[in-house]
Write a protein that binds this ligand. Structure first.
Ligand SMILES: *Cc1c(COP(=O)(O)O)cnc(C)c1O
Length: 421
């Protein structure tokens, strides 16, 4: 079920007309549906039941504190990849024992923050990191619960910029060397080995790569136990893909993914953790923009929007497709016009779509980018001194601005001119 539907000819987020939000907030803005976020979280908890499990939302995909509070209140854990994200999770009221710390370059300062504030586990990605964590934990008189992220060398069959589980990627420790590194971890003071971690990439549209990786993790778990390690938790990462087009065949469902987990690692008696980001947040959000101009070029027409690559970078960064739909529902008989959909930023890469059929649009009309909840607002910047795009959360028939658009004074006041200029 989709919570972004046309009602009485206007696209709604749940029971709120996007035209009402636009009138109050201005464009561009992101809007998220609380009901969709909730439903997606529950898809995973249902898929993993009755295994003991924790669904840790990968907050890098959508990190607004209001969204984290919503998911945290449902019982979700959080997967963080920086001290900043750790602070966001805590600010949302998520207790430390539900926060997992991932990432290849955790600093000693970030380790101290998480150790003193409370942490469920560190997913350690290298030997230098392991030694640093041992030092930091020992200096604090604490013990750091860890898994080691293993790189299973499987092809996730996704975009090269978001594949992480091949041996040439920077992530994790080659699975062939894992036993050696676990042995070192067991010897180090301040380190408590509790499990194994794997994450092979993002926007996976097939289950086979997960299956290959999880079977390798299952084998490794048995070996590590035979080596004397008390492996009691498996963190299986995130990465399940979402449909970005309505016409395309659908990627695997969470229920099938859950069945795969049960089939591959379900008999090990481990607590299962997963770290989905995109599947929870991606189709729970839209980016809404206005048409500034329709420019008739040579052989093509440009739809120039007030949203740009700084607000939604995925098309220029990953060649990503987002469905673009008019907020006012076109009459059924209306024939689509074909546009190059672009933003106002001074880069040729500031192109959302080429030759895209959309209903004929004019100045001031509103459009919505679908599937923009994940890796949208979090990747936004103020390039071209365009104010950071605001975020809105809808729940039923009400909405709230959960991040204000900054004023130009706020933007300019962040810069300081040195006294000697
Ligand atoms: C990015 C990331 C995720 C989330 O990936 P999605 O594709 O958004 O589900 C989970 N775990 C780790 C370690 C990541 O880097």
């Amino acid at each position: 079920m989709d919570h972004f539907l046309y009602k009485n000819g206007t696209l709604h987020a749940e029971d709120v007309a996007l035209t009402d939000i636009a009138a109050s907030v201005g464009t561009p803005f992101y809007v998220y549906s609380a009901a969709t976020l909730t439903r997606h979280y529950h898809l995973f908890t249902e898929a993993l039941s009755p295994l003991p499990h924790m669904v840790c939302f990968a907050i890098k995909s959508l990190s607004n504190v209001a969204v984290l509070k919503l998911l945290g209140d449902l019982g979700a854990g959080m997967d963080v990849v920086s001290g900043g994200e750790y602070r966001r999770a805590r600010a949302a009221g998520v207790p430390g024992d539900r926060i997992v710390f991932s990432g290849v370059g955790k600093t000693r300062e970030e380790m101290r923050l998480a150790l003193t504030g409370g942490i469920r586990q560190f997913n350690v990605e290298s030997e230098p990191e392991l030694r640093a964590l041992s030092e930091v934990a020992t200096s604090l008189g604490l013990s750091a619960p860890i898994t080691i992220r293993v790189n299973p060398d499987v092809d996730a069959k996704t975009h090269a910029k978001i594949a992480t589980g091949k041996s040439e990627n920077k992530f994790g420790i080659p699975i062939a060397r894992a036993r050696e590194v676990y042995a070192e971890a067991a010897r180090l003071p301040g380190i408590e080995v509790i499990g194994v971690d794997v994450h092979i990439g993002s926007q996976l549209t097939e289950l086979a790569p997960f299956e290959q990786a999880y079977l390798k993790v299952a084998d490794l778990t048995r070996q590590l136990r035979a080596d004397g390690h008390n492996i009691r938790r498996l963190d299986l990462g995130g990465g399940l893909g979402i449909p970005y087009t309505r016409s395309n065949e659908a990627p695997p469902l969470p229920m099938d993914y859950g069945a795969l987990i049960k089939r591959t690692v379900g008999d090990l008696g481990c607590e299962i953790e997963i770290e989905p980001g995109r599947l929870i947040s991606g189709n729970a959000g839209l980016l809404v923009a206005s048409v500034i101009y329709v420019k008739n070029g040579e052989g093509r027409d440009f739809l120039i929007l007030d949203a740009a690559m700084n607000d939604l970078v995925r098309p220029s960064m990953y060649d990503a497709h987002h469905d673009i739909v008019p907020v006012i529902e076109p009459a059924p008989a209306v024939e689509a016009a074909v546009y190059d959909v672009v933003g106002p930023v001074c880069e040729t890469g500031d192109t959302f779509a080429k030759g895209r059929p959309v209903a004929p649009l004019g100045e001031g009309d509103l459009v919505a980018f679908r599937s923009a909840g994940a890796y949208g607002a979090v990747m936004a910047s103020e390039y071209n001194t365009r104010p950071l795009v605001p975020e809105v959360l809808v729940g039923g028939d009400h909405f709230a601005v959960i991040r204000q658009r900054p004023t130009f004074d706020e933007i300019l006041n962040r810069d300081t001119i040195p006294s000697w200029l």
